[in-house]
Design a binder for this molecule. Structure first.
Ligand code: BTN
Length: 229
């Protein structure tokens, strides 16, 4: 039985923790109706972590937590930006690999898995799962923060920024998000054609250029990891 305990409030958020769990995302997806809006679940150990595209998220002593929000926000923009801002407090300067992977010294430091829950066609909640490597993961070319920051402390720094961003204007923070992007001017393959990544627009979509013809694509349409040349 998962033993979930309440730890403390962080601004408008309620932080819960569990010593060990399969996946914080799976747990909140299955139990979202039992927990209040703005809950955070921190797992000190996660044994069956999931990534995007049904990938596995391996973690030993990483920062693994999920946020439960019962309203729709631009989480695909807010979550990576909150992580970048939170890490900056510890002098860890990171970049965002569109749409929402966090890179540090050109290696993946953190991944985000956003899952929306619907009952039929009725939106219920979103679960935003965040994994941040504590140590390097050479087997998957991952990098860690390699600093001894207590888990609750780093989560608090990130969630303070999440809280700030929920009160900021989209057109302001999307500019900040774009300023941290590391895919602009890279060549990618999309539908068997090479494109130059021109930029990211106000909607958070990627703008691709092939001989002057511009295509706009959303993150549902492309797996950037496989597409980058
Ligand atoms: C990715 O890069 O593919 C996303 C990885 C997301 C991992 C986090 S760890 C906490 C939360 N629980 C999960 O099972 N996955 C997310």
């Amino acid at each position: 039985m998962d033993d979930i305990k309440y730890l403390k409030d962080i601004n408008n958020f309620h932080l819960y923790y569990v010593e060990s769990i399969g996946s914080t995302n799976t747990f909140l997806k299955e139990n979202y109706f039992k927990y209040p809006n703005n809950s955070i679940l921190l797992a000190y150990k996660q044994t069956n972590g999931r990534g995007r595209y049904t990938r596995v998220w391996q973690s030993d002593d990483d920062y693994t937590f999920s946020i439960l929000l019962k309203n729709k926000y631009h989480n695909e923009i807010i979550a990576p930006l909150a992580i970048v801002r939170g890490l900056k407090k510890y002098d860890i300067d990171t970049k965002i690999k569109w749409p929402n992977d966090i890179y540090y010294n050109n290696k993946k430091l953190s991944g985000i898995l956003i899952e929306d829950i619907y009952l039929g066609s009725d939106y219920q909640a979103s679960v935003i799962g965040i994994g941040i490597n504590k140590y390097d993961k050479p087997e998957v070319f991952g990098i860690g923060i390699n600093k001894d920051i207590p888990k609750e402390e780093l989560i608090e720094a990130i969630m303070n920024e999440y809280n700030n961003l929920l009160q900021e204007e989209y057109h302001n923070y999307i500019k900040e998000y774009i300023s941290y992007s590391n895919v602009i001017n890279k060549i990618i393959i999309y539908q068997n054609k090479e494109y130059l990544v021109e930029g990211i627009n106000e909607r958070g979509h990627l703008l691709l250029n092939n001989n002057g013809i511009i295509k706009e694509i959303s993150c549902d349409e492309i797996n950037i990891k496989d597409a980058l040349k």
